[in-house]
Write a protein that binds this ligand. Structure first.
Ligand SMILES: Nc1ncnc2c1ncn2[C@@H]1O[C@H](COP(=O)(O)OP(=O)(O)OP(=O)(O)O)[C@@H](O)[C@H]1O
Length: 268
């Protein structure tokens, strides 16, 4: 069991031309958070609340202004193979085919070519793309590309998966298929997962815990446990889960928490 810990983390972006006068811009304040490998923590909040910044801190792309972020007690110093990130725009390498995209992190680790091919093919099979290894990225649909991205993220066997609105660009049907897919992949890989989403439905369906970030500066304003993902994993239909009175009640509660401030951009 691994644990990713934020301890009293704050983040300020440096003042730049165009930013408001008066010094650095406070984006996150007083973030205390622990994410264990068996959790999928959904982070929801208004646009600009600091969700992506939180994920970028966990990834090590940026450093906190104060506080520490650690994996199993060891402060992170930057990006690392123990934490893999998937973005909304798949960010695959267009000049490589699907297999070579998935194998890329293994190449960086110095895994020999035959072994990384084999592992990449297994991962593509796991994400339902066994036949797609030789296909160029531009030939794949949005949902397929996101699955290649997730297979690539899993290649280095990360302890944590950091998903930044990975399904945001997909049509509704593909998105709902991919939600179940993410649940299964998370359960199989055993990687602790942070999922940034604008969708309350998605947060409730996928999250074992849901965190609401309130803006200016971003703070954790609410934390809610949810058990719907376990129901879906044990065979309940998504439609039945969403129709349950508890789901509807929690949806309304979360909506209230997020809509507490004006000009939100949170979707149902
Ligand atoms: N590199 C940066 N330099 C300065 N300010 C930044 C930078 N990145 C983000 N910000 C600002 O920090 C705040 C939080 O941004 P962030 O992208 O983390 O929010 P978010 O909750 O993910 O938003 P969204 O839901 O719209 O993606 C915003 O006001 C944004 O303009």
């Amino acid at each position: 069991m691994s644990i990713l810990t934020f301890r009293n983390v704050s983040l300020r972006y440096p003042q730049r031309a165009g930013n408001r006068p008066g010094g650095d811009v406070p984006v996150l304040e007083g973030i205390d958070l622990q994410i264990a490998s068996d959790e999928l923590v959904a982070v929801i909040g208004r646009s600009g609340a600091g969700k992506t910044s939180l994920l970028n801190l966990a990834a090590g792309f940026i450093a906190p202004t104060t506080g520490t972020i650690a994996v199993d007690g060891v402060p992170i110093q930057g990006p690392g193979a123990d934490r893999a990130v998937v973005f909304q725009d798949d960010a695959l390498y267009p000049w490589l085919n699907a297999r070579d995209n998935v194998a890329f992190p293994l190449k960086l680790k110095g895994v020999p070519v035959a072994a990384r091919r084999e592992r990449a093919d297994k991962l593509l099979e796991k994400v339902g793309l066994a036949e797609a290894g030789d296909r160029p990225i531009w030939e794949l649909s949005g949902g397929m590309r996101q699955r290649v991205g997730i297979a690539r993220a899993l290649a280095a066997e990360p302890r944590f998966l950091l998903l930044d609105e990975p399904l945001g660009a997909l049509d509704a049907l593909t998105r709902s298929r991919m939600q179940e897919f993410i649940l299964r992949i998370k359960a199989e890989s055993g990687a602790g997962t942070i999922l940034i989403t604008h969708s309350i439905d998605e947060a409730l369906l996928l999250g074992t815990r849901i965190i609401v970030l309130s803006p200016n500066p971003g703070r954790l304003s609410a934390e809610i446990e949810a058990g719907f993902s376990a129901e879906v994993l044990s065979g309940a239909s998504v439609a039945a889960v969403k129709a349950s009175p508890l789901f509807k009640r929690m949806h309304a509660g979360l909506t209230g928490l997020i809509h507490a401030a004006p000009d939100d951009e949170v979707a149902a």
